[in-house]
Structures are given as structure tokens and as C-alpha cells.
Unconditional design. Structure first.
Length: 130
């Protein structure tokens, strides 16, 4: 079964928290305390979301994080990509992977279709829907 990693779970919680702050810059310490999430791990998630241009970091005494303009147009696929969580459902579908059983595998086409449909759906779900 497909599982959601803690990175994705915490990223979604962070996004949800920031949406409720309506453009106010929020420190990770505040998020960590309010949501009961580990500060250091949350910091790693925030760095990835910043690199993925989903949130913006502000430095200084009143620094913290805020959602970027246009975040509502980003998709769940964008979030997974920013976190490095957009791997193949099965190893043989991963980028650059070659399966030794590829020619005789009766499941490969099914896995490819499932993955293609799943990715297509992820690209349709806007972060604003979360």
C-alpha cells in the first residue's frame, strides 16, 4: 500500500498552518510548538519547500516563513517534488532503473498505468485544496 512519509505529512501541516496566518511571517519555533512537531525536522522540511518555491524564508529578528505569492497554483505533485518524494511506486519504474525481469514481467504495464494515473491526479490537486 502507498504510505505518506513524515516529510510529506509535516510539509502539509506546515502549509496548512501558514494558510491560517494569512500572509503573516511565522517562525518555525511557533509552528513546532503549536503543532507539536520536531523543530529540527521541520526545519529540514522548510528548507526543501523553500527550494521548491512553495514557501519563502525571511531572516532577522522578525524572520520566519510565509507562503509564496501564487502558492495556490502549486500542486501536490509540486510539493512531493520539492521534498524529493516523487519516486516510482515500484523500484523498476524509478528513473534510470532497469528490471532484469522486464521482458517477462506481466505487471510492468499495470504498474506504469497506475503510476501514470496517480501522477496525473497529483498534478490536478492544488495545494489550496489541502
Amino acid at each position: 500500500m502507498i504510505t505518506i512519509s513524515k516529510r510529506v505529512e509535516y510539509a502539509i501541516e506546515l502549509m496548512s498552518f501558514l494558510t491560517k496566518k494569512d500572509g503573516k511571517v511565522v517562525s518555525l519555533m511557533e509552528v513546532s510548538k503549536e503543532l507539536g512537531l520536531p523543530y529540527r525536522f521541520l526545519g529540514q522540511v522548510a528548507i526543501d519547500l523553500r527550494k521548491g518555491e512553495i514557501i519563502e524564508g525571511r531572516e532577522g529578528k522578525m524572520g520566519g516563513y510565509v507562503l509564496v505569492k501564487g502558492w495556490k497554483d502549486k500542486t501536490l505533485y509540486d510539493l512531493l517534488t520539492a521534498l524529493g518524494e516523487n519516486r516510482g511506486m515500484v523500484k523498476c519504474l524509478g528513473e534510470g532503473m532497469v528490471c532484469s525481469r522486464e521482458k517477462g514481467c506481466k505487471m510492468r504495464n499495470i504498474w506504469q498505468k497506475l503510476e501514470s494515473d496517480f501522477l496525473s491526479d497529483l498534478k490536478k490537486i492544488k495545494l489550496s485544496e489541502i
